[in-house]
Structures are given as structure tokens and as C-alpha cells.
Ligand binder design. Structure first.
Ligand code: ADP
Length: 406
């Protein structure tokens, strides 16, 4: 049933008994959050809205997508088509995203139609285009790897001369994820490949880093913002494998700097919702920004079981302009390990062993078919002894995948 005509888009102070004092038009029901994209981030954001009675409407590519399996109000359609987006937006109080691929001009058109888009197009463009992101971060004084847009392999060679020589990192400015769209070019010959697709390419110096960190913050339209503890994120083959919260042995100074940077980026770019700032901790003790993601992020999954308010719950609050929840950790250490598909399609069989071995283990599965190497879920563990907490998470992820058998 279509309700948008009757439902006020904003809500605020409750009117008194005489009906006075309401700051905004009176709502008649709970708001509808429209989520574009049916992946696991949408699935878990939906889950976080359930206790609050928030209603979800999903635009998903297929009925089999992770979130489409669990959300009751699903539109199957193509997010690249403006008419589809407009039909979808009808009946939503706000639109938010599971990914950053909705074309910028469509976001603008939806915004002009009057529907709140959170984060808005002018913020989201920085997560869509690495060239735009780098230019803006430099403008606002955020430390980044040396970089520039390059036109061909010869230009890459010239850029290599400007930094410390090869290798350099090449990135397509749009459409990359989980290391796809990123090349380590060790020579001019190896720099040919990224140009074959005919899309703009960003060259970056190869950063000498000791580890990767992420600073996650959430910001609301009121300008309220919260910062989660800075985490360490370990990648295997370009895919996030393990996240440790908080990042072990990170100095208070760097941790504070990273949180301040993330809060500043969120404010300067007017990000609404969850912002993940992926960082390098360099071997000489600095932090540099690698990437921005303006949605719940893999580096924040630990917060589901390890923080007072999860990234998903705070994302829902932020897009609805509700007061944000406490981001502080509930345990000394929380570890998240991603569960990748292995050779055994039936992961459920592994539950018996994992749950019996570790009653504190938290398993989060995405409802995806198990295929080798595919991210199909994650586990969270927490406790006071980091070595033990890490071992428990790794064991569970490995056992579910089938790489550990006892
Ligand atoms: P994606 O959008 O696919 O996540 P990223 O920009 O995060 O791409 O790069 C993927 C990985 O490549 C990073 O996690 C990091 O390990 C490595 N990487 C990216 N940029 C650099 C750089 N300038 N120097 C060294 N390593 C890098």
C-alpha cells in the first residue's frame, strides 16, 4: 500500500496533550528506510532496525540477494535506472545505501524530487571516485599518499620518477572493491594493463606501511557524531581477513589523530551515516588515508557484538536523524574474522563443533551460496586476552571454511 502521501517526511518533538509544541508535522507511523542494494550490509542494517520498529524497503538486483531473503518489502530492479529508483523512492522517508554505485546524476534527481538521500550525492561522490576523493582530502589538509591522475604507461613512468620510482600503485578511479581495480606496477610494461578499460587511472606512491587501520565514525544531519575505537584491519589477497578492536599497541596520539581526521572528514564532506576511513600506519609512524566508504563497512562488523551500539544501529539512527548511540567497546578486545567459502558447501554442519567449542562465539551468516573464496559471513569473539580471542575467531572462521578440521 502506498503511504508516502499521508506520512510526514520529518518528525520531531511530541506535541503536548492539546496538540501544541510538535516541532514538525505529526507522524502517523514508523518511518520507512529505503535501502538501495541487497548485499549483506543491507541485511545487517535491516536487522539493526528491527528492535526499533523501523520499516525497511529494499531495492535489490535479485530475490536471492543477501538482504532480499529477509526484508519483506523488496523491489527487484536496476539501481542504474532512474525510473526504477523513483518508483522505489515513493513510500520511503529516507534513502540510504548498501554500496556506492548509484549514478551521481540519479542521486541528484532523487534529491531534487524532495526525498532525503543520506549520505547525499555531494558527500557520496567522494566514495565513488578516488580522483575526486584525493583532490578533496588534499584540499582540506588530510594526509594522503602522493598521487596524481595518469594518462598512459609513459605518464606512470614519469610519476614513478616524481616519487621514489617503481613500484607504484594504480587504481581505476571508479568501480573498484576488495582489491579489484588496484594494480601494483613494478615497471612501465606492467603499467599498461589498467588503461585497457579506458577509464581514468589514479597513480599513488607505494606506501611503506606497517599495518592498515580503520577509523569509523557516524554522523547525523544534526551534526552529532560518534567515533568508534580505531581498529587494525588485516588483508589477505586484497580481501579483509581479520579486524582487531581496538588496534593493538596503537599510541594514544595516533589513535586520537585518526579519530579526529575521520570526524573532520565526515563534517567537511557533510557525510550522513557511517563513514569508514581506511588508513595506513606508515613504518615511520604517520597515518595516511587510503580510502573512504560511506556506509557500514567490514572494518566495523566487530561492533555488532563488541560495542554498546553497532555501526548498523548507528547508521539507522543517523539516516533518521535520531540521537546516536554509545560507540564504546563492551570488551577489552573484540576480533572479527571473515568467513570465506571453501570446498564444503554445507557450513551449517560446522555449527555443532564451533558452538560447542566456544559458547561466546557470535556467527553472522549472509545467506549466500558458499563458493570458494567468496565472503559468506563473519564471526566475532571477545574477551580480555588478545591471543586467545584471536585464536578463537580464527579457529571458527577456518573451521566453517573447512581449512581447520578439529
Ligand atoms: P579497494 O577499493 O579495492 O578496497 P584499496 O584502495 O583499498 O582498493 O586498495 C586495496 C589494497 O591495496 C589496500 O588494502 C592496500 O593493502 C593496498 N594498497 C592500496 N593503495 C596502496 C598504496 N598507495 N600503497 C601501498 N599499498 C596500497
Amino acid at each position: 500500500m502506498e503511504r508516502s502521501g499521508r506520512v510526514a517526511r520529518r518528525f520531531g518533538r511530541r506535541p503536548d496533550r492539546a496538540g501544541r509544541g510538535g516541532g514538525y508535522p505529526k507522524r502517523v507511523t514508523f518511518p520507512v528506510v529505503g535501502m538501495v542494494g541487497g548485499g549483506q550490509l543491507a541485511r545487517m542494517t535491516h536487522e539493526a532496525g528491527i528492535p526499533l520498529g523501523i520499516r525497511f524497503k529494499l531495492l535489490s538486483d535479485t530475490p536471492q540477494d543477501s538482504a532480499a531473503q529477509v526484508v519483506s518489502d523488496v523491489v527487484i530492479g536496476d539501481y542504474r535506472d532512474l525510473d526504477t529508483l523513483r518508483d522505489f523512492a515513493r513510500g520511503c522517508d529516507v534513502i540510504t545505501f548498501d554500496h556506492e554505485h548509484v549514478p551521481f546524476e540519479h542521486l541528484r534527481a532523487l534529491e531534487a524530487d524532495g526525498i532525503p538521500i543520506r549520505p547525499g550525492p555531494d558527500a557520496l561522490v567522494h566514495a565513488q571516485d578516488k580522483g575526486v576523493m584525493r583532490a578533496r582530502l588534499v584540499e582540506i589538509g588530510v594526509p594522503c599518499p602522493r598521487h596524481r591522475i595518469v594518462t598512459d604507461a609513459a605518464d606512470v613512468a614519469a610519476f614513478a620518477q616524481e616519487v621514489d620510482g617503481f613500484p607504484v600503485i594504480l587504481k581505476t578511479v571508479r568501480g573498484g572493491y576488495d582489491g579489484k581495480g588496484v594494480w601494483f606496477a613494478r615497471s612501465r610494461e606492467e603499467a599498461e594493463e589498467p588503461f585497457r578499460a579506458g577509464v581514468p587511472v589514479l597513480a599513488e606512491e607505494k606506501v611503506d606501511f606497517s599495518r592498515e587501520l580503520a577509523a569509523n565514525v557516524v554522523r547525523s544531519p544534526h551534526g552529532q557524531a560518534v567515533a568508534y575505537p580505531v581498529v587494525e584491519s588485516r588483508q589477505v589477497d586484497g580481501v579483509c581477513d581479520t579486524v582487531i578492536a581496538p588496534a593493538p599497541d596503537l599510541s594514544e596520539e595516533l589513535s586520537g589523530q585518526a579519530q579526529e581526521l575521520a570526524l573532520r572528514i565526515a563534517a567537511d564532506l557533510d557525510v550522513i551515516g557511517h563513514l569508514a576511513v581506511e588508513l595506513f600506519e606508515t613504518t615511520d609512524g604517520r597515518i595516511l588515508v587510503n580510502e573512504l566508504a560511506m556506509r557500514p563497512h567490514n572494518s566495523g562488523h566487530w561492533s555488532q557484538d563488541g560495542a554498546v551500539t553497532s555501526q548498523f544501529a548507528n547508521h539507522v539512527r543517523a539516516v533518521l536523524d535520531l540521537p546516536l548511540g554509545d560507540p564504546r567497546p563492551r570488551a577489552t578486545w573484540t576480533v572479527m574474522c571473515n568467513v570465506l567459502g571453501g570446498d564444503y558447501p554445507d557450513m551449517y554442519q560446522a555449527y555443532l563443533h564451533c558452538m560447542a567449542r566456544d559458547p561466546q562465539l557470535k556467527i553472522h551468516m549472509y545467506g549466500k551460496d558458499v563458493k570458494p573464496g567468496r565472503k559468506v559471513g563473519h564471526v566475532n569473539t571477545y574477551g580480555d586476552d588478545l591471543a586467545e580471542v584471536l585464536e578463537r575467531a580464527r579457529h571458527a572462521a577456518g573451521y566453517l571454511r573447512g581449512t581447520i578440521t578439529e
